[in-house]
Design a protein around this ligand. Structure first.
Ligand code: ADP
Ligand code: MG
Length: 419
């Protein structure tokens, strides 16, 4: 395997970019994807969270744009924050000033994007909703696109985004290179991906249904009404930045406010906040201005905030894959991290689905994916309490309340999945 980047025949200027980024050796997914993608091959790639998939598609994409001055490229991501992060990474990689990129995401004023589009950017990075808006207004043309990237591919092709992606791809030439990357890839998505890929190379580094090995998983079985006090104990016990996932938008704000009232440093993020606020919250977290971010699944995918040390699943995610993505916000680029899940009896079905994903073919699993872990000194599962019970009803009521409030708060993201 290549020990450093010099074996790929990258342009010297691009080698300098990598040196500035302190990328000395390629990660395994980069080592495999870069040479194939530089040849123009289609790729369906999986590698665990935090292992450098952005540069695995970003480096060859920039090389191809440098080699083919007429060519354009488009990168699609499921969230605005991820699009903006991918742009920042690609801008670090791009070594020439005349290779312009544009960020096309919702919630930002149109005039600026329209102005930037007039300057003929060759790299388009954005979210499907806004890109379709531009296609409809004819302010964006994709007929010169030679490389199409779907980051977080399985999310991009699932029910929430599938139709939008289909509409976008109709505008992209058939003869193109298509690069698809994710940490997870359910079978039905592999089939759907085939529709857009031409003789793809399948690259799989590690398992697409296991969290990164550097993540220490823990769980606490509890009742809905006890979650908050467990959370407080855990916040006291842990040092370093913490990302807490809750199910509803309204729930993120309520929890962050409650924590602030007792002098924790917390902010909330979800899809109904104004874009400027979303940016401020993420930037503040990146800059370590506060310690606890309470988020919906809008923060589950792709975000690379290296100093996050702990993930807490206050509520479990809807889809089992999102468990792997959520906890993958820690332990980035070789670091270590921990992930704690609070599980109520009403969530036992979700927990079992997560276990089935991570242990396919195994009989009923009891502990976290890497085997049983200490559970505050108690045995791992209170088996009999896992079904129904009054806590289950409390829980359902709580969810319904949150979802109703979320609905009342408008449907800004109706066109796609709403977090
Ligand atoms: P993924 O998309 O696989 O979750 P990212 O592309 O977000 O991972 O990268 C995770 C982190 O690893 C980022 O902080 C990035 O800067 C860093 N990284 C990526 N490739 C390298 C490399 N070759 N050497 C050192 N750090 C790297
Ligand atoms: Mg990524």
């Amino acid at each position: 395997m290549t020990q450093d980047f010099s074996g790929f025949g990258l342009p010297p200027k691009l080698m300098q970019s990598l040196a500035r980024m302190k990328f000395t050796a390629p990660t395994p997914i980069q080592a495999q994807a870069i040479p194939l993608a530089m040849e123009g091959k289609d790729i369906l790639g999986t590698a665990q969270t935090g292992t450098g998939k952005t540069a695995a598609f970003g480096i060859p994409l920039v090389v191809r744009l440098m080699e083919h001055p007429e060519m354009k490229a488009i990168i699609l991501t499921p969230t605005r924050e991820l699009a903006s992060q991918v742009l920042a990474t690609l801008q670090q990689i791009i070594p020439v000033p005349d290779l312009r990129a544009v960020l096309l995401i919702g919630g930002e004023p149109m005039p600026r994007q329209l102005r930037q589009l007039q300057q003929n950017p060759r790299l388009i990075i954005g979210t499907p909703g806004r890109i379709n808006d531009h296609l409809e207004r004819r302010s964006l043309r994709l007929d010169r696109v030679g490389v199409l990237v779907l980051d977080e591919t399985d999310r991009m092709l699932d029910m929430g985004f599938g139709h939008q992606i289909e509409r976008i791809i109709k505008h992209v030439p058939q003869t193109r290179q298509t690069l698809m990357f994710s940490a997870t890839l359910p079978q039905e998505i592999v089939r759907m991906a085939g529709k857009y890929l031409n003789n793809p190379q399948r690259i799989a580094v590690g398992s697409a249904h296991k969290p990164h090995a550097n993540i220490r998983e823990e769980l606490i079985h509890t009742a809905e009404g006890e979650k908050y006090s467990h959370l407080l104990v855990q916040l006291e016990k842990r040092s370093g930045a913490i990302l807490v996932f809750v199910k509803t938008k309204w729930g993120t704000e309520r929890l962050a406010q409650k924590l602030c009232r007792i002098h924790h440093d917390a902010e909330a993020i979800h899809g109904d906040l104004q874009q400027r606020k979303r940016e401020r919250v993420i930037q503040g977290f990146r800059d370590k201005k506060y310690r606890i971010l309470v988020a919906t699944d809008v923060a589950a995918r792709g975000l690379d905030i290296p100093h996050i040390q702990h993930i807490i699943n206050y509520d479990l995610p809807q889809s089992p894959e999102d468990y792997i993505h959520r906890i993958g916000r820690t332990a980035r680029a070789g670091a270590e991290g921990s992930a704690l899940s609070l599980i109520t009896p009403a969530e036992s079905n979700k927990w079992r689905a997560i276990q089935r994903l991570m242990n396919p073919g195994a009989p009923q699993e009891r502990g976290p994916s890497n085997g049983p872990r200490p559970n505050n000194g108690r045995p791992n599962y209170a088996k009999k309490r896992r079904f129904g019970g009054s806590h289950g009803r409390d829980r359902d009521q709580h969810n319904r309340d949150g979802q109703r409030r979320d609905q009342q708060r408008g449907n800004e993201q109706q066109k796609s999945r709403s977090f």
